[in-house]
Design a protein around this ligand. Sequence first.
Ligand code: PBG
Length: 342
Amino acid sequence: MTESRTPSADVPAPIRRPRRLRSSPVMRRMTAETSLTVDDLILPMFVADGLDEPRPISSLPGVSQHTEDSLVRAVEEAAELGIPSVDLFGVPLDSDKDGEGACSWREDGVLNRALARLRREFGDDVLIMADTCLDEFTDHGHCGVLRRDRWGRTIVDNDATLANYARMAVAQADAGAHIVSPSGMMDGQIEAIRAALDAAGHVDVAIMAYSAKYASAFYGPFREAVGSSLEGDRRTYQQDPANRRESLLEVELDIAEGADFVMVKPAMAYLDIVREVADMSPVPVAAYQVSGEYAMIHAAANNGWIDLEGAMMESVLGIHRAGAEQVLTYFAVDVARKLRGR
Ligand code: PBG
């Protein structure tokens, strides 16, 4: 048995010094608990119909609505930096929008055309992910189809919407998407999409489920980015920011229905949810640093109030440290450049 040391009267107990492990850059590098790599990044992108050249989105500095050609060039740049995946949103002409969002599943719809082009250009070198939601394609801007209920209220019809999501996901897989990502928060959407994909022979197409998606003010700039027609809000289908237990239920259901990845969105105001989901999920967990988070950092940096690069790296690292294995961020290219020292 070892004898316990008796504290001497004149030698004080040494204080604990965690600062030792912060004493030099190489010491900090060796003891870093989390590291970010380009493999953790997914770049969200926009392709719009009827453009002659890319159109910058004023509330998202550095982000544009792309033409098919400029999209290809931008994906090439991302791929050269080693970014493994891009997530594509389509912006149709207003005249192509209708109550059902039918141009989302037409082969010649803007999103499906662009997906096919990207798959032709890049094969399996980049994972082509498609946003699987109706809001960009409906004239009312909701993520589902509308109907009047028996009390005369206009509601988003969950089960009628599922059929449209299934058509859309199959069209995206037909076009060449490796991953579909249902973001509409309808109940049963993962099961409906999985069944439809399998029936169409797309057993290898993965589903990244927006499982815990909150009704958030941080989506503001995205509405400009996709020319959204929405009036009102999405609070009957997206989650209340007050809730956490509900997210765990949504994640459990999506996994049971066949989600290959689950996602939490937005990221920065929901890092507790990211951590809890990461602790319980048997499938990879992603988080989406949304448009408002990106815009906010740019706006503050633009005023000289924070350092853009520092805030960018810290925010994405923080989301990763909270438990997100994949981070969807409009900063993906800039982060990748920084990580690669370019
Ligand atoms: C809708 C969708 C939204 C975003 C991604 N998919 C907007 C919304 O739910 O209102 C937001 C992304 C962002 O803000 O960056 N399907």
